[in-house]
Design a protein around this ligand. Structure first.
Ligand SMILES: [Zn+2]
Length: 447
């Protein structure tokens, strides 16, 4: 989403006001907000392109864009504010390619029916702030009640609420009775979810409809899932023919397509039909891995919930069908994700936050490393790879002149301890500092 200069000005004013409530050190960093130029210095900078660290970066931010990146001692910039992050590690703002900002954890049961679309949008406002402060400056929201995610994206772009820059899908497409429908109510209620569409003609109409109402990306459900009642993650839902029509229509209208796919057959049929990313990929087998590599399809493994569930399932008040399915899914997913990582499938980071609490998104770096990615590969998945999947490599995902000034920092070396990424201490998005627990007391004007 492009942000007009007028909106950008308002965004900065409101972000400055809102920032004043977030934490003490922000107040000090807030002194930098009025300046059009900010110089950020740190101990090292993670470069996703090379996969390495560069020492002593000096990043000049002009307005909402990165103006220059140099290393070592740089000449002072006239009129600029200096943010000195000491020996901290500076990184591109993180990207979450699979989140559900308009959902709170613990959904899936009958209580979920009592929440309206306006309520979902307000839940989204809360979770957008938590996600941004966890260092995720860009997200792809895959599946929302009504168009609550469209409203949230627009409110963030207008500066009404604080949050990451967003791509959104609106309601996910799915078959009648499938994972993207809602099977909680009996027949006499005649209820089906907003994205339900069966057969090529209805699917083409639904793709056009979600785009009409604001979808940047199209999501569909190729298989059953964990949180849905009375469907089976081991089976395929859309037929190969339906997937082909869906994906072709979305691509024709300039939208990428993400699919929820658990079963091996649904993964393979979606890849053959040209899908851009497989979400979850729980039962991904060797043939599926080879197909994904051949088609350059991204895997968004959403692995942190697997670990989080194991520790917290009993406190979540989950319906019995979720608990039954999770017992089958979790061990299979861990084994198959590790195999996919070993075999070099391209990975973009996605958290599925919303099935567990928002703001814990950084745990996905740790869980992907636990399943076999190197810390560098995990960081690439959460920066440059996710940007590429979203078609936003010329906007975000690396710290490079001309891109949006989205940066985060942590104390210490995250390549030595990937858990540091779960405690981000500096967050800048669009040239605005939302969190600074490092430079407080060190910010000063350059001559
Ligand atoms: Zn999801």
């Amino acid at each position: 989403m492009a942000i007009s200069p007028r909106r950008s000005r308002w965004f900065r004013r409101i972000a400055l006001l809102a920032m004043c409530f977030c934490c003490g050190p922000c107040l000090l960093a807030g002194a930098a907000h009025g300046a059009s130029v900010i110089v950020v210095k740190a101990g090292r900078l993670f470069d996703p392109a090379s996969g390495g660290m560069r020492e002593r970066p000096v990043v000049v931010v002009r307005g909402n864009k990165i103006d220059s990146v140099s290393y070592g001692s740089a000449p002072p910039v006239s009129g600029a504010k200096l943010i000195d992050l000491g020996d901290a590690t500076l990184l591109p703002g993180f990207i979450d390619a699979h989140t559900h900002l308009t959902m709170n954890a613990g959904g899936g049961g009958y209580e979920s029916l009592g929440s309206s679309t306006p309520r979902a949008a307000l839940i989204g406002a809360k979770n957008a702030r938590l996600t941004l402060l966890a260092g995720f400056t860009t997200v792809r929201n895959l599946g929302a009640q009504g168009y609550a995610d469209v409203a949230l994206r627009d409110a963030i772009n207008d500066g009404d609420v604080i949050g990451p820059r967003m791509q959104v899908s609106g309601p996910p497409l799915g078959i009648t009775g499938g994972h993207c429908d809602n099977n909680l109510l009996p027949f006499e209620f005649h209820y089906s979810a907003d994205g339900v569409a069966d057969g090529p003609e209805a699917i083409m109409h639904r793709v056009r409809e979600v785009i009409k109402y604001g979808a940047d990306v199209v999501k569909f459900c190729a298989s059953g899932g964990v949180f849905s009642k009375d469907d089976n993650p081991l089976l395929e839902q859309y037929s190969p023919q339906e997937m082909t029509v869906l994906i072709a229509e979305a691509h024709r209208l300039g939208r990428k397509v993400a699919t929820h796919a658990h079963s091996a057959i649904s993964i393979k049929d979606a890849v053959r039909a040209g899908v851009d990313s497989i979400e979850h990929g729980i039962f991904l087998d060797q043939e599926g891995i080879e197909l994904m590599k051949e088609h350059h399809t991204f895997l968004v493994p959403t692995s942190y919930p697997l670990f989080w569930f194991e520790e917290h399932e009993s406190q979540m008040n989950l319906p019995p069908w979720v608990i039954e399915k999770a017992a089958i899914i979790i061990p299979a997913a861990k084994k198959n994700m590790a195999n996919a990582f070993r075999n070099g499938v391209r990975v973009a980071l996605g958290t599925d936050a919303g099935v567990y609490p928002h703001g814990l998104n950084g745990g996905e770096f740790w869980s992907m490393v636990t399943l076999g990615l190197t810390p560098v590969q995990a960081l690439q998945a959460g920066t440059s790879n996710a940007a590429e999947l979203m078609g936003w490599s010329n906007r975000v995902g690396t710290v490079r002149p001309g891109l949006f000034a989205d940066m985060v920092a942590v104390k210490g070396d995250p390549l030595a301890d990937v858990r540091l990424l779960q405690h981000v201490q500096f967050v800048m998005k669009n040239g605005v500092i939302y969190k600074d627990e490092i430079s407080a007391g060190h910010a000063e004007a350059q001559q």
